[in-house]
Design a protein around this ligand. Sequence first.
Ligand SMILES: O=c1ccn([C@@H]2O[C@H](COP(=O)(O)O)[C@@H](O)[C@H]2O)c(=O)[nH]1
Length: 272
Amino acid sequence: MDKQTLFDNIQKKSSFLCVGLDTDLSKIPSHLLKEADPIFEFNKQIIDHTADYAVAYKPNIAFYEAMGPKGWESLQKTLEYIPKDIFTIADAKRGDIGNTSKLYAKAFFEQMDFDSITVAPYMGKDSVSPFLEFADKWVILLALTSNEGSKDFQILDTNAGKPLFQQVLEKSQEWGTDGNLMYVVGATRGEKIAEVRKFAPHHFFLVPGVGAQGGSLEEVAKYGMNSTCGLLVNSSRGIIYASAEKDFGVKAGEEAFKLQKEMAKLLEDYCK
Ligand SMILES: O=c1ccn([C@@H]2O[C@H](COP(=O)(O)O)[C@@H](O)[C@H]2O)c(=O)[nH]1
């Protein structure tokens, strides 16, 4: 999917919501456990009830990998079930020496047909470039993440006299463009999002951290939105575990709708 199509979808749905499919067998309603593929059954209902409000879905690969071959099967079925006009993100946080990265890219872009993958930047250009060689696919590079530990390295000054996240943003723009490279920026970072935006004015940001992690959607839009929206805001647990009962799909849909309504207003206010 190209950048214009993504923005068209955002405008059509008045939404920049990404629904995180972090599906955990120990958290899904117990009546699903008798199904042959409980994970897929859960995801199917979540997708059915949220697809009108979402412009992206983000399965976190850890939740599927942890289940072995059956997990990969559930992931593949889920990916095929997501409507084709909705952007898909493999939240895999990969990145290795070049020949290994190339195979990670083949796994997620060819074996599976994800639109994008999250990549860790810390092994440098040759670890990221293989992912950027695939037409119509995106790399989403970790810049300033939502977790407490992001302070351990990402905000520290480098030899170049700038924080590491800034160095990541500047250097990586020599490798890719705003048409194939996005950045992960945590919703929990508040005003810092404006700083990140300064160094990547035109790129899309994947923003996890609203909902269960307590980030503010209003602040994300205020500090991070640009003229093509430039944001995909993710909520996983806040949506998919809104209910642990048989009505989990309906409740997930209600949570997604709440966020979409807020997003419609924020697009009017800040998408300029
Ligand atoms: O900085 C980051 C990068 C990735 N994540 C991932 O996003 C979701 C958030 O889930 P919630 O349940 O909405 O908190 C999850 O898959 C994380 O691994 C992140 O949170 N922060």
